[in-house]
Design a protein. Structure first.
Ligand SMILES: [Zn+2]
Ligand SMILES: [Zn+2]
Length: 689
C-alpha cells in the first residue's frame, strides 16, 4: 500500500485542494510472475522473476478509498498540521468533512464478495486488512473507529459517545480513585466509546445487571432518548422567550430592544441541568401558586386565569426599553460636506410628526410621554431636509434617558431610551417550565378564587385538559415537590435533621422518587396526592371535588398582546392582489382566513361574509359579453371615419352591444388574466338577478 495519488498527500494539502477529489489511498497489487523451473538448476522449487514485467506494470492500482485523518495511513506528522485536530473524519473535495464513509458492496450468490467502488475488482483480504489497520492503530487510543459491515455497505464511523461498560465495572474497585481520569477509565475498559451506528444495539437504560452491555454515565442522559416534544418546547422556544433580568447595567445600556422582569425569583429546587445553566443566578422566572381547575370556563384551550391582586402586587410585571439612535456628524465630515447639507439637531416644527416633547436641542426631556406620531430625535439640514427619528406608530413609552456617546470607532451618536412598564394583560403569553404555554384569558378578583383551608388562593388557574394529551407529569411533580419544600418543616421531637432531609434536588431520573415526594408532603400535613379541599370564593360553600394546587415555576414570554393588536378602517392594499396587506407596521388588517370564512358560512351570515371578503377587500368590476360569454375589454376604437370612442367592446362579436358589467373580486380577475397568459381563456355566464 502506498499513500499517494497526487504526490504525497496530507490533511493540510487536501484541505487546500478544492478541485481534487479527496485525500485517498490507492490500493496497489504487487503483481509477480512465478516461473517454475526444475530443481536441478537452483535447488529451489520456484523463483520470482521480476524482470519479466516492466517496472511500471508491477504495481497495478485496483481501487481508491479515502484515508481517515489521524489514522495510521495518514501523513499528519508534517509541519503545519493542526496539533489539536482530533481526526476521525475524511477530507473530501478540499473543504468538505465527512465523519463517515461508506463503501458499497455488491452481493454474489453464496459467499458475499466485496468489490471496491471505482474499479469493480474483487479484493477481500486487502480491504479487511486496511479497515483493520484503520480501526486498531489510530493515533489516540480514545479515538476509535467503528467499521460496520451491513448488508449492502461498509460504514466507517468515529465513535464518540462514552458509556460505562457493565462487564468491566468491577475493575473500578481495584484501581485507586486518584487514577480515575477519563483516559484511564478508557484504558481499563470501564468507559467505552460507541458510535452512532452502535447506539441502537446497546442496552443503555436501567440498573446494572450483567446481561446489559453498557450503562449511561448519568441517568440524566437518558432524557434526550425520551420522545417528549414538550421538552423541546421549553428548551428551544420558551427558554429563549422568557423575560428575565439579563444584565447588571440596565440603566446604562442602549439596546435597541430589551425586556426586564421586575421581580425575578429563584427556583425552589435545583436540578443538575439548572445548576449548569446557572438558573439560580440568572433567573428569569417567578414562583406562582398554580391550581388545576376550570375557572368559570375562562381558561379554555390553554388560556389561563390570573389573580388580579397578585398582578397588582407586581407578579410578572416587566419593563420594555427601546432605544432610538442617531449618528452625530463629526467635525471632519462637516467640513467635507456643503454647508446646507450638515445635519443639525434642533426643535423645528415638522409635518411628519409632533415635536411637543422635544427640548431646543432636539432631544426629548426625561420623563416625557411619547405617543404615536411623536418625534423622538429632531434634526434637519440647513436646506430643510428632515432627518428626524420618529416613534414607531405602534408604540408608546416614557423617556428614560438621553445619551450622547461614541462607539468603538470613535463615531459619535445620540441615543434616546424609552421605557414602558407592562403589567400582564389579557392575551399575554405565559409558560411553565414544561412547555405548557398559554395566554392570559381572564384577570379575576382575588375574592372570587377558590381558597384552601389555610386561606391560600392561587395566582394562576390552568385547565386540567392541558395534561392528558401533552403528557407532562413533570409539572405536577414540580408542584408537589415545591409544595413540600415551601412548607415550614415541623420538627419532630428528638430529631434535629428534619430540615436537612428536605429534598431540594430534582434531577430527572435520579434521586427523588414518587414516594419521597409524597412522603415529604405528608410529613408537613398535606394530602399525599397534593389535592386540597377548597371553598368557593363566590358562595363560601365547600367544593365537592378536591383541587390540585402547588407552586410552579412560571415564565412570562415576550409575546404580548400590546405588540400584536391591530385594527384599521381602510388602508394600504397589496399592489398585485389589491387585497389589504397583513403587516402590522404598514397599517395592515387582521387576517380573515379560511377558518373564519367557514365560521361565517356555518352561521349563514352570507351578507356579512360578502362584505368582509368582497366589499371591504378587493371588489372590482369586469366587462363580459353576454353573446359569447368572453371578457370584453375597454378599448379605443374608431366609431366612424372621424370619431373615436373609448369603451367596452367585444372583439369576438365585434360589437359593444351585448357587453355587461359584473362585480367580481380582483383576485378572480387576476386569475383570469394569469390563465389567459398561458393560453387558457375562461368564459363567464351571466344572469340578471
Ligand atoms: Zn486548529
Ligand atoms: Zn362577444
Amino acid at each position: 500500500m502506498v499513500l499517494s495519488s497526487y504526490g504525497l498527500m496530507n490533511p493540510r494539502r487536501a484541505k487546500h485542494r478544492y478541485h481534487e477529489l479527496r485525500m485517498d489511498t490507492k490500493i496497489f497489487v504487487f503483481v509477480k510472475k512465478v516461473v517454475k523451473r526444475g530443481k536441478f538448476k537452483t535447488g529451489q522449487d520456484e523463483y520470482v522473476e521480476k524482470q519479466i514485467l516492466p517496472k511500471k506494470t508491477q504495481d497495478i492500482p485496483i481501487g481508491r478509498i479515502p484515508v481517515m485523518v489521524k489514522s495510521v495511513l495518514c501523513n499528519s506528522t508534517e509541519k503545519g498540521e493542526c496539533a489539536f485536530d482530533q481526526g476521525g473524519y475524511f477530507v473530501i473535495k478540499g473543504a468538505e468533512k465527512k465523519s463517515w464513509w461508506t463503501i458499497p458492496v455488491h452481493h454474489c450468490t453464496g459467499k458475499t464478495k466485496f468489490f471496491l467502488m471505482e474499479t469493480g475488482l474483487e479484493y477481500v483480504p486487502m480491504l479487511t486488512t486496511l479497515l483493520h489497520s484503520l480501526k486498531a492503530s489510530s493515533v489516540f487510543n480514545k479515538v476509535n473507529y467503528l467499521v460496520r459491515w451491513k448488508s449492502s455497505e461498509i460504514k466507517i464511523t468515529r465513535r464518540y459517545d462514552p458509556v460505562m461498560a457493565v462487564e468491566n465495572l468491577h475493575k473500578l474497585k481495584q484501581s485507586k480513585p486518584s487514577k480515575y481520569t477519563f483516559e484511564h477509565l478508557l484504558d481499563q475498559g470501564i468507559l467505552e466509546l460507541i458510535g452512532i451506528e452502535e447506539e441502537e444495539d446497546y442496552h443503555r437504560m436501567g440498573n446494572q445487571t450483567a446481561s446489559e452491555r453498557a450503562e449511561e454515565l448519568h441517568s440524566l442522559r437518558i432524557g434526550p432518548v425520551l420522545p417528549t416534544g414538550r421538552v423541546l418546547y421549553q428548551s428551544q422556544k420558551h427558554c429563549q422567550q422568557a423575560i428575565g433580568f439579563s444584565s447588571t447595567n440596565p440603566n446604562i445600556r442602549c439596546d435597541t430592544l430589551s425586556q426586564q422582569l421586575f421581580y425575578p425569583q429563584k427556583p425552589l429546587f435545583k436540578t443538575m441541568a439548572s445548576e449548569c445553566l446557572q438558573k439560580d443566578v440568572l433567573f428569569n422566572v417567578q414562583n406562582a401558586i398554580v391550581a388545576v381547575n376550570v375557572h368559570l370556563g375562562f381558561n379554555q384551550e390553554d388560556s389561563i386565569v390570573m389573580n388580579k391582586a397578585s398582578l397588582e402586587r407586581g407578579m410578572f410585571r416587566s419593563e420594555q426599553i427601546r432605544s432610538y439612535k442617531a449618528d452625530v456628524d463629526s467635525k471632519d465630515s462637516e467640513k467635507s460636506k456643503k454647508m446646507d447639507e450638515v445635519v443639525q439637531f434642533g426643535k423645528t416644527h415638522r409635518k411628519i410628526g409632533r415635536v411637543d416633547s422635544l427640548d431646543d436641542d432636539g432631544f426629548p426631556f426625561v420623563g416625557a410621554n411619547m405617543h404615536s406620531g411623536d418625534i423622538v430625535i429632531g434634526r434637519c439640514t440647513e436646506s430643510g431636509t428632515d432627518h428626524s427619528v420618529k416613534l414607531k406608530h405602534t408604540e408608546r413609552a416614557i423617556v428614560q434617558k438621553v445619551v450622547l456617546s461614541s462607539n468603538d470607532d470613535g463615531k459619535n451618536y445620540a441615543a434616546v431610551s424609552l421605557r414602558q412598564v407592562r403589567s400582564p394583560c389579557l392575551g399575554d403569553k405565559f409558560s411553565s417550565m414544561h412547555g405548557q404555554k398559554g395566554v392570559l384569558g381572564y384577570i379575576e378578583e382575588q375574592e372570587n378564587f377558590a381558597f384552601t383551608n389555610q386561606g391560600i388562593v392561587p395566582d394562576i388557574v390552568i385547565n386540567p385538559h392541558a395534561f392528558p394529551s401533552r403528557q407532562t407529569p413533570g409539572q405536577l411533580w414540580e408542584a408537589a415537590l415545591s409544595k413540600g419544600i415551601a412548607c415550614p418543616m415541623q420538627k419532630k421531637k428528638g430529631k434535629s435533621d428534619a430540615y436537612s432531609k428536605l429534598i431540594r434536588h430534582a434531577t430527572p431520573f435520579s434521586t427523588p422518587s414518587v414516594d419521597d415526594i409524597t412522603d415529604q408532603l405528608h410529613r408537613v400535613g398535606f394530602s399525599r396526592w397534593r389535592n386540597e379541599r377548597v371553598y368557593n370564593g363566590r358562595t363560601g360553600e365547600m367544593m365537592r371535588s378536591l383541587i390540585f394546587m402547588g407552586p410552579n415555576f412560571y415564565q412570562r414570554l415576550i409575546h404580548m398582546s400590546e405588540d400584536k393588536v391591530k385594527f384599521r378602517n381602510t388602508g394600504p392594499v397589496h399592489p398585485l392582489t389589491r387585497q389589504p396587506v397583513a403587516d402590522m407596521k404598514r397599517f395592515g388588517e387582521i387576517k380573515f382566513g379560511e377558518m373564519e370564512r367557514d365560521c361565517l358560512i356555518a352561521h349563514g351570515a352570507s351578507a356579512n361574509l360578502h362584505e368582509r371578503l368582497f366589499t371591504l377587500s378587493d371588489s372590482s368590476q369586469m366587462h363580459i359579453c353576454k353573446n359569447c360569454n368572453s371578457v370584453a375589454n375597454v378599448i379605443e376604437r374608431g366609431a366612424s371615419s372621424e370619431r373615436r370612442i373609448r369603451g367596452p367592446y367585444c372583439r369576438l362579436c365585434e360589437s359593444p352591444d351585448y357587453v355587461v358589467m359584473v362585480n367580481v373580486p380582483y383576485g378572480a380577475k387576476l386569475l383570469y388574466q394569469e390563465l389567459f397568459s398561458i393560453c387558457i381563456c375562461l368564459n363567464f355566464e351571466t344572469n340578471l338577478c
